[in-house]
Write a protein that binds this ligand. Structure first.
Ligand code: HDD
Length: 691
């Protein structure tokens, strides 16, 4: 036993290699044994005296902090924002107004809203899209979502919305889903939610990957230039990877198969050097446009159509580093909508104004005190100078004698007089005119709740519309009270009669209910907006996607290597699945190792699949459930399927042999693998769903 020695408790301990490996207490004192509590004799009572054991247990007992009250489940990554098209004429914020190529470090956290910290990634839910820019003029946070509108118009309703969406207080279920009475009760009584309801019933709420989502700042903000002139702005994140979602049945299965699907995907992409990128775009408009626009730009339940005000790209964010420690970085990062910098300002949007209170408040509770800005992930990367001091865990109290303002220290006393406000370079609020009567009322200009909901619906392809109707039917079928179901269908009648009818049929309503009282404004027939559909904007490439090749004994080695080469050319990744994790012997007599055993590598976790095995193996697996599910699910979820003709028995076993369509492709011919990968660029063979 040269490297190991047996301790008295029977555990093997490796001897530390150098001084740095020696374990210490939190006080830095080296520890001889942290596996046995000090006792009165080997079988005697444990002694309270053991400061090492008590310190270890004490710290463990205090490891948890409250999870976020919303967006508890999230995944954070580091990156850089590069300014590609500076806009100094619009803003004096150095991050957007400096020279082209300026780089600013960022930390982004993506999240679901309703589920708790341990909930599955593919819940139907809005995704948080929060970015902290460590600018040289202070931290700027865009705390956005992957959907450009919100459920409510006024922050005072937020606790009600979230109480209704989260598990019911008496029974504490259902977890991470809106398919229950409380949620639909609340929204059916809040017509302002209808535009958001259309968005959340679309496939936007079941993204394929966090890398394949758009992001939105949601509110209208202001950009203010050096001269103090302001324009309105909405922020957009456009993924260079394109937007892609899964289908609902797939989401349900992924949640069971791999609840960490999204975080694993992000981690793996960055770990392998496939860094996701988003362009940051701005929609800029002035007071005149705001006056003429048929909705109120301060109403967060409305978009400004991209066809009206195009998105102007200003820079690119590249996420290129996983965190070193999840708790230290992802859990402790504290986003605040109030974190803005000079050159960017708020508007009077009542949702935004309320958020500006809530985030600071929640971080103080979550992170234990006002000094959360001292935690490295939250600390600005530019100089910080102020007279704030003390409080729990203060790490950076101001130096010197002066800790108040004004002071007369400095000069020949040799003591620093400390920082002072600077009207030239400091933050100045845009001088927006005010002057009004104190009143607790919603603006009349916020009153049209249906026109944009309808615009969203009619802008979708037939397939997307069907998915929305199916989602509504699923959710409302989980609602126990018929009056709530009926009330929802009533709202749908204002949005689209066909949709209302489909949902009414789907939930078995004998007749359509009456429409709820009409909105105060007449519903406007808005034109379709192509930007609102995912499928009308399919990226047309398979880059960044994953193909699963199911191999078996005797599989054609040439086909497998052609597929691997074609996938590499496309920028896609390959995973090998086999009946056994040890792999399978292919036609060239060599054993190819597997990444997954078939039970752990179902087709739902891949964007496209291929099956390559010898006829005997395919015959054997034709009645193997994980193998037939692999084929069946890929077919049912409209995925492209490549196959070697020898696997026909398995396709027959799965019941698709006589339903083959152009999305099921023979891989045996010349250039077949290449053609297959290029067909996969359409991402799904949607015709199958329609057929
Ligand atoms: Fe919020 C977290 C996005 C409305 C109160 N919100 C939170 C996060 C995101 C959003 C992405 C997670 C940040 C992170 O990763 O740590 N929230 C939004 C968007 C909204 C919105 C896009 C509407 C446009 N939120 C909203 C309102 C309120 C809050 C109206 C309260 C009045 N949100 C919070 C919070 C959270 C939060 C309670 C929980 C954890 C946290 O802040 O850090 O303060």
């Amino acid at each position: 036993m040269s490297d190991f020695e047996l301790d008295k408790g029977g555990a093997n301990h490796q001897k530390p290699e150098g001084k740095d490996d020696v374990m210490t207490t939190a006080q830095g004192a080296p520890v001889a044994d942290d596996q046995n509590w000090l006792k009165g004799g080997p079988r005697g009572p444990s002694l309270l005296e053991d400061h090492i054991a008590r310190e270890k247990i004490f710290h463990f007992d205090h490891e948890r902090i409250p999870e976020r009250v919303v967006h508890a489940r999230g995944y954070g990554v580091h990156g850089t924002f590069e300014l590609t098209n500076p806009i100094p004429e619009l803003t004096c914020a150095s991050i957007l107004a400096s020279e082209k190529g300026k780089k600013t470090p960022v930390f982004a956290r993506f999240s679901t809203v309703a589920g708790s910290k341990g909930s599955p990634d593919l819940a139907r839910d809005v995704r948080g899209f929060a970015v902290k820019f460590y600018t040289d003029e202070g931290n700027w946070d865009i705390v956005g979502n992957n959907i450009p509108v919100f459920f409510i118009q006024d922050a005072i309703k937020f606790p009600d919305l979230i109480h209704a969406a989260k598990p019911a207080p008496d029974r504490d279920f259902p977890q991470a889903q809106t398919a229950h009475d409380n949620f639909w009760d609340f929204v059916s009584l809040s017509p302002e939610s209808m535009n958001m309801i259309m968005w959340i019933m679309s496939d936007r709420t079941i993204p394929r990957s966090l890398r394949f989502m758009e992001g939105f700042g949601v509110h209208t903000f202001r950009l203010v230039n050096e001269k103090g002139e302001a324009k309105f702005v909405k922020f957009h994140w456009k993924p260079k990877q394109g937007v892609q979602s899964v289908v609902w049945n797939e989401a349900l299965k992924i949640n069971g198969m791999d609840p960490d699907f999204h975080r694993r995907d992000m981690w793996a992409a960055i770990d392998s050097g496939d860094f996701p990128q988003w362009d940051l775009g701005v929609q800029v408009f002035d007071e005149d446009y705001a006056e003429k626009f048929e909705f109120d730009v301060l109403d967060a339940t409305k978009i400004i159509p991209e066809e009206d005000v195009p998105v102007q790209i200003v820079g690119t964010m590249t996420l290129d580093a996983n965190v070193e420690n999840f708790f230290a970085e992802t859990e402790q990062v504290a986003f605040c909508t109030q974190n803005i910098v000079r050159g960017i300002d708020f508007t009077e949007d009542p949702l935004l104004q309320g958020r500006n209170f809530s985030y600071l408040d929640t971080q103080t509770k979550r992170l234990g005190g006002p000094n959360f800005t001292h935690i490295p992930i939250n600390a600005p990367k530019c100089p910080v100078r102020h007279f704030q001091q003390d409080g729990h865990m203060a790490m950076q109290n101001p130096k010197g004698r002066a800790n108040y303002e004004p002071n007369s220290w400095g000069g020949d006393t040799g003591v620093e007089r400390g920082p002072r406000g600077c009207p030239v370079n400091g933050f100045t609020s845009y001088a927006a005119p005010m002057g009004a009567t104190k009143i607790r009322e919603r603006s009349e200009t916020f009153a049209d709740h249906y026109s944009q909901a309808r615009q969203f619906y009619i802008s979708q392809t037939d397939i997307e519309q069907t998915h929305m109707a199916d989602a509504l039917v699923f959710e409302l079928s989980k609602v126990g009270r018929n009056d709530i179901r009926q009330r929802m269908v009533g709202h749908l009648l204002h949005i689209d009669k066909g949709l209302a009818q489909d949902v009414a049929d789907g939930i078995g309503l004998k007749e359509l209910p009456a429409k709820p009282p009409a909105a105060r404004k007449p519903i406007t027939d808005l034109p379709e907006s192509k930007a609102l559909s995912i499928l009308k904007n399919t990226p047309g490439h398979f880059r960044g996607r994953k193909i699963g090749i199911y191999i078996g004994e005797g599989g054609d080695a040439g086909v497998v290597s052609a597929l691997k080469a074609a996938a590499k050319d496309e920028g896609a990744t390959v995973e090998i699945i086999a009946p056994h994790v040890s792999g399978a012997k292919l036609s060239d007599g060599k054993v190819m190792e597997a990444d997954e055993k078939i039970d752990g590598g179902p087709s739902v976790v891949y964007d496209a699949v291929a099956i390559v095995m010898g006829e005997d193996a395919a015959k054997k697996l034709a009645r193997n459930k994980p193998s037939t599910d692999f084929v069946n699910d890929a077919f049912a979820h409209s995925k492209f399927i490549g196959y070697h003709p020898a696997v026909k028995p398995l396709l027959e076993g799965a019941g698709i042999a006589n339903r083959m369509d152009d999305g099921v492709m023979d891989l045996s011919g010349k250039d077949a693998a290449k053609n297959f990968l290029s067909a996969c660029g359409a991402l799904r063979y949607w015709k199958r769903e329609q057929g």
